[in-house]
Design a protein around this ligand. Structure first.
Ligand code: RB5
Length: 144
């Protein structure tokens, strides 16, 4: 997990959670790029989602993490980018299976939906879990 590169972004609603997740990444020596937002002022989540998605698609990073109030806006926006498989997760089971079965390359979190500790558990499991491949690869290939 230490050699993963991660791009992280949030709108104003997710700004505080972004800081918490960055602290988690720093504590584990995980390399990250913070695409903003950098203040709690209101901003537009589609722009943040696009920045993270483009870094994943260009292979500048391995995975992306996006946070908004519900996680819904950023997941809809990120999934518009071809090749992005953004998974909105509010529980650890979905986080694990989104990696193992769906090879999700972006994790979306809702700061107004999940508590801070659960959010960090979700991030932890999502970053640690690998894609199982096999029959799941065939299905993921079908999406492309
Ligand atoms: C911002 O108020 C809110 O709409 C946004 O963070 C997000 O929840 C959108 O899906």
């Amino acid at each position: 997990m230490e050699h993963l590169k991660v791009a992280i972004g949030a709108d104003h609603a997710g700004f505080h959670y972004k800081e918490i997740v960055i602290d988690y990444l720093k504590a584990r020596n995980i390399e990250y790029t913070d695409v903003g937002t950098y203040t709690p002022e209101s901003c537009d989540y589609p722009e943040i989602a696009r920045k993270v998605a483009e870094k994943v698609i260009s292979s500048e990073v391995d995975r992306g993490i996006l946070i908004c109030g519900t996680g819904i806006g950023v997941s809809i926006a990120a999934n518009k980018v071809h090749g992005i498989r953004a998974a909105l997760c509010g529980d650890t089971y979905s986080a694990r299976v989104s990696r193992a079965h769906n090879n999700a390359n972006v994790l979306c979190l809702g700061s107004r939906v999940v508590g801070e500790h659960l959010a960090l558990d979700i991030v932890d499991i999502w970053l640690k879990t690998g894609f199982e491949g096999g029959r799941h690869k065939r299905r993921v290939d079908m999406i492309e």
